[in-house]
Design a binder for this molecule. Structure first.
Ligand SMILES: Cc1cc2nc3c(=O)[nH]c(=O)nc-3n(C[C@H](O)[C@H](O)[C@H](O)COP(=O)(O)OP(=O)(O)OC[C@H]3O[C@@H](n4cnc5c(N)ncnc54)[C@H](O)[C@@H]3O)c2cc1C
Length: 401
């Protein structure tokens, strides 16, 4: 079968890949998205920060999400470590920095369905449900071999094929990875008391226990635990697990009912040593994996997608090579500090919870105390959390590309 030529190929149909494909195609780049069905249903939710919501709005996706998303207007951090040096409760309110909400929480199945709906409506985007077996970069283009036997060639490959990325290997990019002695247990809940658009993060000695609002009297839970404890909880029946959650949440949401679809995710941190090389740009978890603390992972992935979209569209409009060295170097430079700084911050926060070293516990408590008491510091942190100054592609500002 002869190779088919297109301008860009996105590999991986998860949320990062779909967003990259929509950004490229909406900007007029002839794009093919190749994705294989994920092995298991994704029952997680994603807290999308305001910049991500602006990007999805500009891309025509948010209108298909809005009914299934809950606003996050208040975020509380409660020290539940029971340790000697305990921090005060810290409350962040979106209205303090002039926002209606920090962002919105949505179930991944609704987010992916909305992205797929928008993707199918774009004439410059073809979706191929297949598995990529090999990517071969060459000087002027890269070739992608599919399981069906079809072969495609493009100037730019966007590798959005998740944490075990074949694209990353094909680009010759190494990875620095580290596992934590923790597992995140995930489940969605119904509860008798309203959440009042408030996300509550209890800091426990094994990691955060985070409740995030969903529409109605529902929330999602990410409970970071030691692996053996996660196994014990995962083996409980629904009523027993609900009782444990109610106890750990100090009944702030009243009576709990757990919904179907629990998940367990070992905590890992991984960073690709470069974000692009040899005609391949990495986005989402192909480029970085971050523990699910502070809702950073996919927000970074969407900024990756927006950035490669913006750079490639500008190159095409300027008559330049969309997968050439200039685009790839600029992409690597623009994504490096944003990903590096967030990955480091999440790692530090997690380590200060796990440590038994008293001075570090004290420093963490003092840090939270200062954030609670010093308004300008708290507001600067909130602004940086929602919209990082150093990395604001146009889409994150709600502009089209
Ligand atoms: C418990 C938990 C909670 C989280 N909560 C949040 C949150 O609140 N906010 C936030 O921003 N982030 C959150 N994250 C992070 C977020 O879930 C991930 O960043 C996101 O799911 C990664 O999306 P992705 O598209 O990069 O990868 P994936 O979703 O893994 O998609 C990769 C896709 O590539 C496909 N694929 C792989 N290989 C091939 C191939 N060879 N050929 C074709 N297709 C292929 C796969 O089938 C898959 O569909 C959380 C993570 C965890 C674990």
């Amino acid at each position: 079968m002869p190779d088919k030529n297109v301008s860009a190929i996105v590999i991986g149909g998860g949320p990062a890949g779909l967003t990259a494909a929509i950004a490229l195609a909406a900007g007029g780049i002839e794009t093919v998205l190749v994705g294989k069905r994920p092995a298991a249903a994704d029952n997680r939710t994603t807290a999308l920060l305001a910049g991500s919501v602006s990007a999805l709005t500009a891309l025509g996706v948010w209108e298909h999400c809005a009914d299934n998303a809950a606003p996050l207007r208040v975020m509380r951090i409660v020290d539940d470590t029971g340790r000697l040096w305990r921090a005060p409760e810290v409350k962040f309110e979106a209205q303090e920095i002039g926002l209606e909400a920090f962002g919105h929480n949505i179930e991944n199945r609704h987010l992916v369905a909305a992205l797929e709906r928008r993707a199918r409506g774009l004439s410059s985007l073809r979706i191929v449900e297949d598995e990529v077996l090999a990517v071969t970069p060459r000087e002027r283009a890269a070739t992608v071999a599919l399981k069906s036997g079809e072969s495609l060639t493009a100037q730019l490959i966007v590798g959005a094929d998740g944490r075990r990325s074949l694209c990353r290997d094909a680009a010759g990019i190494g990875i620095d990875a580290q596992d934590y002695p923790q597992v995140a247990l995930t489940v969605c809940l119904k509860h008798s008391r309203p959440h009042r658009d408030t996300s509550t993060e209890f800091h426990t000695p094994s990691g955060p226990f985070t409740l995030v609002p969903l529409p109605g009297n529902r929330s999602s839970l990410v409970w970071v635990l030691e692996p053996a404890d996660a196994d014990v909880l995962a083996a409980l029946d629904d009523a027993e697990l609900a009782g444990e959650i109610e106890r750990a949440s100090h009944s702030i949401l009243g009576k709990i009912e757990v919904e179907r679809g629990r998940g367990q995710f070992p905590l890992t941190r991984a960073n690709a040593r470069r974000f692009a090389a040899n005609r391949i740009a990495l986005v989402g978890e192909a480029a970085h994996v971050i523990p699910p603390i502070g809702a950073q992972g996919l927000n970074l992935g969407l900024r990756d997608a927006a950035t490669i979209g913006e750079l490639a569209v500008a190159a095409q409009r300027g008559g330049r090579d969309i997968g050439g060295i200039n685009v790839l170097v600029a992409y690597d430079r623009l994504r490096r500090s944003d990903v590096g700084s967030r990955s480091l911050a999440v790692d530090l926060l997690n380590r200060t919870l796990l440590t038994d070293f008293l001075p570090v516990q004290g420093a963490r408590g003092l840090g939270l105390y200062l954030i609670d008491r010093i308004g300008p510091l708290r507001r600067a942190l909130m602004r940086e959390g929602v919209a990082p100054k150093s990395s604001q592609p146009k889409l994150m500002r709600g502009e089209t590309i």
